[in-house]
Design a protein around this ligand. Structure first.
Ligand code: ADP
Length: 474
C-alpha cells in the first residue's frame, strides 16, 4: 500500500471514528435527558396520586365536598400522564401527547425528550419494562377511581357508620401501597437504564478515543519512518556526490599530472637530441621518444575507455568465455618477454558460454590477464598464469592466478584506487584495477585479492548470475 493511500485510510478512519463519537455522545446525552425527564415526570405522577388519596381520606373523614373536589383535581396529573402514554402508543400526533403531558405537570422543556424516547425506545426491553410498570399503575389508578365513585355514592346517601368508614380507609391504604410500589419500580428501572447507558457511553468513548489515538500514532510513526528513510536517502545521495567530487578531484589532478609528465620528458629528449650531431645517438633518442609516445597513447586510451564506460548499464547477452580468455592468453603471450609464460585454463563445459555483459566481462578478463603477464617474476624459471572459471549456486566465479612478483600487504587496498601505480618501471597507468573494480560493481559482483610478495597473486571475482541466464542459454 502506498503512503498516499495509507494516509487516506487513516484520515477516513479518524473521521469516521470522530463522527461516531460525536453522534454517540449526542444521542446518549439525549437519552440521559429523556430518562431524567421520565424520573421527574414520575415524581409529579406520584405526588398527584398521593394528593388524590390524601384528599379522598380527608373527604371520608370530614364529608367536606372541598376535599372531593381537590381529590379530582389532584387525580388529573396521573390521569393526563396516562392519556399521554396511550396517545403515544396509538401513534397519535406528538401535539396530543404534548398537551396531556403539560397537564400532567411535566416541564415543557422535558416533553420533547419524553416523546422522542418513547417513540424510539418503546420496543427496547429495558425501556418497555418501565412502560409496563406504568401501565400497571394505570390499572390501579382506574381501580382507585372506581372505588372513589362507590365511596362518593355511599357518602351522598348520608352519614356513614364507623365500620364502613374503616373498610374504606383500609382499601385506600392498600391502593396507596400498590401505587407507591409500582412507581418505585418505574423509577428504579429507569435509573438502572440510565446507569447502563452511562456505562456503555464510557466504554464507547474509551474505545473510540483509543481507536483515534491509535490510528494517529500509527500514522505519526509512518510519517517518522518515511522522514527517516528520506533522510537516509538524502544522506546516501550526499555521500555519493561527495565521493564523486573527491573522485573527480583525484581524476583532474592525476590527469593533469600524468598527461604533462611524459610531455616534459619528451621536451627534454627533443632538446638533447637537437644538440646531438651523432645519427646513432639521435636514433636512440627517437626510440626513447617513441616509447614515451606509446606510453602516453596507452594512458589516453585508458582514460577514454574509463570515461566511455562510466555510465554504461549492463546489457546481458551470450558471451563466449572460452574464446575471450584464449584470445587474451594469445595476445599477451605474443608480447615480447612473455613467450615463456605458461598459460593454464580450467573451464567447465557449462561456463564455456555464459550470459552476461560482454563489454564488462572483457574489461575484467583482459585487464586481469594482462596484469598477470605484466607482473610476472623474471627471476623464476617457470612462470604461469592460470584462469579458472566455474559456477556456484548463484554466481559465476573467475579465479586469475599468477606466480609473479606479488604485491606487498600494505599496498593491497591501494592498488584499486584511480591512477595508483606501484612500480612505475612497468609503464602502467594505474587505471586497470580501478576500471576492473567499477565493472565488477556494475555487475553487482565482488573482487577479492590474495597476494604474497615474491610468490604470486590471485584475484577471485564473483558475479551474480543474471536472472534469466539459463533460459537465455537454452
Ligand atoms: P597498471 O597495471 O596500469 O599500473 P593497475 O590498476 O592495473 O594499473 O594496477 C595497479 C598496480 O597494482 C600495478 O601498478 C601493480 O603494481 C599492481 N598489480 C596489479 N596486478 C598485479 C599482479 N597480478 N601482480 C603484481 N602486482 C600487480
Amino acid at each position: 500500500m502506498t503512503f498516499k493511500s495509507q494516509s487516506k485510510l487513516v484520515i477516513l478512519l479518524v473521521s469516521l471514528a470522530s463522527l461516531t463519537l460525536i453522534a454517540f455522545n449526542f444521542y446518549s446525552s439525549k437519552i440521559k435527558s429523556g430518562i431524567r425527564a421520565y424520573i421527574n415526570g414520575e415524581s409529579s405522577y406520584s405526588k398527584g396520586h398521593k394528593d388524590a388519596l390524601l384528599n379522598l381520606t380527608s373527604y371520608l373523614d370530614t364529608q367536606d365536598p372541598t376535599y372531593w373536589h381537590r381529590y379530582n383535581e389532584a387525580l388529573i396529573v396521573p390521569q393526563s400522564d396516562n392519556k399521554a402514554k396511550n396517545a403515544m402508543l396509538r401513534g397519535e400526533p406528538d401535539s396530543v401527547a404534548f398537551n396531556y403531558l403539560l397537564k400532567g405537570r411535566v416541564h415543557p422543556e422535558d416533553i420533547p425528550n419524553i416523546i422522542w424516547m418513547f417513540k424510539n425506545f418503546n420496543k427496547v426491553p429495558a425501556f418497555k419494562e418501565a412502560v409496563d410498570a406504568w401501565t400497571e399503575s394505570e390499572t390501579v389508578l382506574l381501580e382507585l377511581t372506581q372505588f372513589a365513585t362507590v365511596l362518593k355514592q355511599d357518602m351522598d346517601k348520608g352519614p356513614m357508620d364507623e365500620q364502613s368508614k374503616k373498610k374504606f380507609f383500609v382499601t385506600i391504604a392498600n391502593l396507596n401501597i400498590k401505587l407507591t410500589a409500582l412507581e418505585i419500580n418505574f423509577s428504579t428501572i429507569l435509573s438502572n437504564l440510565g446507569r447502563k447507558v452511562e456505562k456503555l457511553l464510557n466504554y464507547v468513548n474509551i474505545f473510540v478515543t483509543c481507536l483515534i489515538v491509535g490510528s494517529l500514532s500509527a500514522y505519526l510513526m509512518l510519517i517518522i519512518a518515511k522522514l527517516h528513510k528520506s533522510r537516509n536517502e538524502l544522506k546516501n545521495s550526499y555521500d555519493k556526490v561527495f565521493d564523486l567530487n573527491l573522485e573527480l578531484d583525484t581524476f583532474v589532478y592525476s590527469l593533469s599530472h600524468d598527461l604533462r609528465a611524459p610531455l616534459t620528458s619528451l621536451q627534454g629528449l627533443v632538446k638533447v637530441a637537437a644538440t646531438e650531431n651523432e645519427v646513432a645517438a639521435i636514433k636512440q633518442y627517437i626510440v626513447l621518444m617513441d616509447t614515451l609516445l606509446d606510453k602516453q597513447d596507452l594512458f589516453i586510451r585508458d582514460v577514454i575507455a574509463l570515461l566511455q564506460r562510466r555510465n554504461l548499464t549492463p546489457q546481458p547477452s551470450a558471451v563466449d568465455l572460452k574464446l575471450l580468455i584464449e584470445d587474451a592468453f594469445s595476445f599477451n603471450s605474443h608480447i615480447k618477454g612473455n613467450e615463456k609464460i605458461r598459460t593454464v585454463l580450467a573451464l567447465n563445459k557449462e561456463v564455456e558460454e555464459v550470459y552476461s555483459d560482454v563489454v564488462f566481462i572483457k574489461i575484467i578478463v583482459n585487464n586481469l590477464i594482462s596484469n598477470a603477464f605484466k607482473y610476472s617474476d623474471p627471476n623464476k624459471a617457470d612462470n604461469y598464469v592460470k584462469v579458472n572459471c566455474s559456477y556456484s549456486e548463484h554466481d559465476l566465479i573467475f579465479e586469475i592466478e599468477d606466480n609473479g612478483i606479488g604485491i606487498p600487504k600494505e599496498f593491497q587496498a591501494k592498488i584499486f584506487e584511480m591512477f595508483y601505480v606501484l612500480d612505475s618501471r612497468k609503464g602502467g597507468t594505474g587505471l586497470g584495477l580501478y576500471i576492473i573494480k567499477q565493472s565488477v560493481e556494475k555487475l553487482n559482483g565482488t573482487i577479492q585479492l590474495t597476494s604474497t610478495l615474491g610468490e604470486g597473486t590471485k584475484f577471485v571475482i564473483s558475479l551474480p548470475k543474471f536472472e534469466n541466464e539459463l533460459n537465455q542459454l537454452v
